[in-house]
Design a protein around this ligand. Structure first.
Ligand SMILES: [Zn+2]
Ligand SMILES: [Zn+2]
Length: 423
């Protein structure tokens, strides 16, 4: 038995033993039905090829203009980094930094690190810095938002067709292709690369402490980053135990998970009020000067004959943050009370919150694109307003709240069936 053959379920902690699968099969947790791993072992050459392709499209998307606006003989055009720079120049420094991180920096880290590690492993050696880079890939993927940006750009463009002529540029097509490539890239689990590194040479057999812990049902602990399951050395507190593979600090559950989730939730709930009351965007045009809040933006789309866009923005900006606050409060409250109530449904709820969290950034991306392109001095000018900062903060805080919550707390109070071991 190799050390990567032990798998602890990310959502409920049940310990499983890896078995070979057919290429299209999924292994699911016996208790909470989460997907543990998919298909056959990864083909490092294929991973490197996909990632290299994605990286090239990423560069084209970032460096070429997305769209050109024409208005009475004046022209305006921008790349994504250009749009971020304009937001920065308008005093929206925090918002522009968030946009840059979520759409430029994190996708770049994800693609660059996966390519570097896959090429190194393919050449038969562990590339230097591999553990740090794969940990960065996990974090970068939690925060990368290429697909949300793509929809944000499209909505921004539809909005602008009402005031000027819109000419599509290569950058927009590249972003479309990049969105598809990033979806393929997301199917490459960094843990596969850690396992591939383990397989180099003679493979890494299960170490004596882990064999002992398995046999005698002693406590075990799973690494948050690379997924390796180790014998619990019982050193929590002063001297932390570190993962034998990636060097990450180990803990049985995320420390102070419920308390921290509450803290971020309360901060997000407070900021949710100014985020909806303060204007997020100012439009100065020949028709006058007006401030828009999120909700008046929705009304604008509804009135101008684009009800489907009004619904998309309403759901992403108003409904999703509210549902997220409610769902995470429910999860934190039931975990705190060690409730036995519907653990399966609560796990599904958590997975949904994790999945939809990033979509609330949609309106921020629409604002970024609008501000960068609608710059026709006397005729039409759009500038961001303070509401955008509050709104961006709500999205980031609820995402952190979801990440701080440890879904295994849902299952901890539930009595195990015979023979099921958890970590
Ligand atoms: Zn599970
Ligand atoms: Zn680890």
């Amino acid at each position: 038995m190799y050390r990567y053959d032990l798998i602890s379920c990310h959502d409920c902690g049940v310990l499983h033993r890896r078995r070979p699968l057919a290429s299209r099969d999924k292994a699911r947790c016996v208790r909470c039905r989460s997907v543990l791993y998919r298909g056959a072992d990864p083909d490092l050459g294929r991973i490197a090829a996909i990632t290299l392709g994605a990286l090239m499209i990423f560069l084209i998307a970032q460096l070429t203009p997305i769209v050109r606006l024409e208005m009475n003989g004046n022209m305006s055009t921008s790349t994504l980094p250009g749009a971020v720079a304009i937001m920065w120049g308008q005093g929206m420094r925090v918002v522009s930094m968030c946009v840059a991180l979520f759409t430029i920096v994190f996708p770049a880290i994800e693609l660059g690190a996966v390519l570097y590690v896959a090429l190194g492993l393919r050449a038969g050696r562990q590339p230097p810095g591999m553990h740090l880079l794969l940990r960065a890939v996990r974090k970068a993927r939690e925060w990368g938002m290429t697909e949300v940006l793509m929809i944000g750009i499209l909505i921004g463009l539809i909005k602008m067709t009402s005031m000027s002529k819109v000419v599509i540029q290569p950058g927009l097509l590249a972003f479309g292709a990049l969105t598809l490539m990033m979806a393929v890239e997301a199917s490459i689990d960094p843990r596969l690369l850690w396992n591939a590194a383990d397989r180099l040479g003679a493979g890494q057999p299960l170490a004596p402490p882990e064999r002992d812990a398995l046999e005698h049902k002693k406590p075990m602990v799973a690494c948050h980053a690379c997924g390796l399951v180790l014998a619990d050395a019982g050193q929590h507190g002063q001297r932390a135990q570190h993962c034998a593979r990636c060097g990450c600090k180990l803990h049985r559950r995320k420390p102070d998970s419920v308390k921290r989730t509450w803290a971020y939730l309360i901060a997000a709930a407070i900021l949710y009020i100014p985020a909806n009351l303060l204007p997020v965007l100012n439009t100065d045009s020949l028709y006058g000067n007006k401030d828009d809040t999120i909700i008046s933006g929705v009304v604008y789309f509804w009135d101008t004959g684009a009800p489907e866009l009004a619904v998309i923005i309403f759901v992403a900006s108003i409904v999703v943050p509210m549902l997220k606050l409610a769902a995470l409060s429910l999860l934190a409250w039931t975990a705190q009370r060690r409730s036995h109530w519907r653990p399966m449904q609560r796990t599904v709820l958590y997975r949904m919150v994790e999945f939809i969290g990033r979509w609330s950034m949609l309106d921020i991306f629409v604002i970024t694109v609008s501000v960068a392109l609608v710059r026709f001095d006397a005729m039409a000018m759009m500038t961001p307003r303070p509401g955008a900062l509050a709104f961006c903060a709500v999205v980031v805080l609820t995402m952190i709240a979801a990440l701080e919550f440890d879904p295994r707390l849902i299952w901890d109070p539930i009595k195990d069936k015979n023979g099921v071991r958890h970590v």
